[in-house]
Design a protein. Structure first.
Lengths: 277, 256
């Protein structure tokens, strides 16, 4: 146990897990309470288009992912503010279009696309130091913005219409929040990959929702749940030699399952003894 | 008495359909203006026009002398019940105090002692201060309704707009609710829209009926004619637990 901590890659993996947990705990909380789960899924799959473009044009695929996820999040945000009834269809379309663009560019790129598998399924054990720096910058930025805008985000995500009556610039605030969602998604792609991002973004927050009645507490607990599942997943995947992304997600899913069972038991107990409630 | 809200020949459309036609009305401070009309008659649209949430197709709207968007911070708004998610992790206190955000800095917002004092006062007035730490999902319908009203009041509005506020309130709470509104009338203009004819109690100083057109009588009376015009069929006046209004004969006013 102590011996593996000596490996730099292992320390990097734990650090990446920690940084990802901080951002996905905070932003995932908004995703869950504002019901942005499908939109976030669309954003992460749209990012694949940017990754493909990066390979084809010869720049860092992560930059392509950032561009595509930001553009798709802002596009869907504009639609959600104006014509909510079309949003569901649009999310589905963007989801598939992003993947299609990515596949097309990668097939057009001569030779082998390195890392492609890790973009799709993630590999926290192979996160390069350069990515760690980017992740740290993103994490600090997201924390600062959320602290600065906490009350405004709360007002807008809770009751958009009333926020408008309070003269809060709802459109700008919504687009800012969606930009943070997009950046978080890109960050998480490194850890669990495009396909599994949505689970890491939502499961820790969904678990915390069962125990918190304040948004703030929910964020803090989500961060700790995130650290628990990513760290657990890193150790387990290393020792059992299984894929890290999938391991992390299954641990989170297992934990969520336990929480739901516990809630069911709690509710049942109340029903059996209504006099004590 | 100052003029709080004024509409001058206002037309409004929703999705290309005209829902309000040639609406003119004036609400003064210390007035309780009740607007009754059937569902789909344009009541919510009318309130949203006053708040500047939608723009009129034609005509002019003034709120305390300015446009609704300029001056909507002077308005308190009690929306129809289901405009937000009751499973959002927020306590009654957090929800109510958020009504004070209108005049605060947008970043690094901190609530002051004064914000907390006013919030506490409003919670006490509405009888929900002991629930202030409770999550809104754990509140009853009547308690939620009072929380929504409290949020509108903490901004110390000069006019209060209420959209179907009694839908989820049971009869005894309703009476209490109108008592509260009546005391507010001393400090601000109150505009109440509802589809329920019975709720317009003796407190209203002006009553109008709305169904695309506005039928007014410039007094706190509903007349059979106004109701018949608004509901497109003869409607019987029913009063729940309040003395029946006297229906007088009068000449027709408002658009034909």
């Amino acid at each position: 146990m102590i011996s593996i901590m000596a490996f730099e890659f292992f320390r990097n993996a734990l650090l990446a897990g920690l940084l990802a947990s901080v951002t996905c705990g905070i932003i995932g909380t908004y995703v869950v309470v504002k019901k942005l789960v499908a939109l976030s899924g669309g954003v992460s799959h749209a990012a694949f288009g940017g990754i493909g473009l990066g390979y084809y044009a010869g720049f860092d695929p992560v930059l392509g992912a950032i561009g595509f996820s930001l553009a798709s999040a802002l596009g869907m945000g504009m639609v959600s503010l104006r014509a909510k009834q079309h949003l569901d269809t649009l999310i589905g379309a963007i989801w598939a279009i992003g993947m299609a663009i990515g596949i097309l560019f990668i097939s057009l790129t001569p030779g082998y696309a390195p890392d492609l598998f890790s973009f799709l399924f993630g590999n926290i054990l192979l996160v390069p130091v350069g990515d760690l720096v980017i992740m740290a910058i993103l994490a600090v930025m997201i924390v600062v913005v959320v602290i600065a805008c906490y009350q405004i985000f709360l007002a807008v995500t809770f009751d958009e219409e009333y926020a408008m009556v309070l003269d809060i610039p709802v459109e700008i605030v919504t687009l800012l929040l969606l930009s943070l969602v997009a950046l978080t998604v890109v960050m998480l792609i490194r850890i669990v990959g495009i396909i599994l991002v949505i689970a890491l973004l939502t499961l820790p927050a969904a678990i915390s929702r069962e125990y918190c009645s304040h948004l703030k507490n929910m964020m803090v607990l989500s961060v700790f749940v995130g650290i628990l599942v990513t760290t657990g997943g890193i150790f387990l995947s290393y020792f059992l030699d299984i894929p890290s992304g999938a391991t992390i997600i299954l641990i989170a899913a297992g934990l969520y399952g336990l929480v739901l069972i516990e809630r069911g038991l709690r509710k049942n107990k109340h029903r059996v003894n209504p006099g004590n409630a | 008495m100052t003029e709080a809200i004024k509409l001058d020949h206002v037309y409004a459309e929703i999705a290309g359909q005209t829902v309000l036609e040639d609406i003119s009305l004036a609400v003064n401070t210390r007035e309780f203006y009740a607007i009754i009309g059937p569902n789909g008659g344009g009541k919510t649209t009318l309130v949203k026009l006053m708040l500047g949430l939608i723009q009129p197709k034609k005509g002019m709207i003034k709120v305390f002398g300015g446009t609704p968007r300029e001056n909507r911070r002077m308005l308190g708004y009690v929306p129809q019940f289901h405009t937000f998610d009751f499973h959002y992790p927020i306590t009654l206190h957090e929800m109510v105090i958020s009504g004070r955000l209108g005049n605060k800095s947008r970043v690094f917002t901190r609530y002051t002692q004064e914000d907390r004092r006013i919030t506490e006062e409003v919670l006490i007035t509405l009888g929900i201060s002991d629930l202030s730490g409770r999550e809104i999902s754990a509140l009853s319908g009547g308690e939620r309704q009072r929380a929504i009203i409290a949020r509108a009041l903490v901004s110390e509005p000069r006019a209060l707009l209420l959209d179907e506020p009694t839908v989820y309130v049971d009869a005894p709470a309703e009476q209490q609710f109108y008592n509260i509104l009546n005391s507010l009338k001393e400090k601000m203009a109150v505009v109440l829209v509802t589809h329920d004819i019975g709720v317009v109690s003796d407190y209203a100083t002006k009553v109008a009926c709305l169904n695309r057109h506005l039928y007014t009588h410039d007094s706190g009376e509903i007349t059979e004619e106004m109701l018949t015009s608004a509901y497109m069929c003869p409607v019987e006046l029913i009063a729940h637990g309040v003395p029946h209004r006297v229906l007088r004969k009068h000449s027709h006013e408002g658009p034909p």
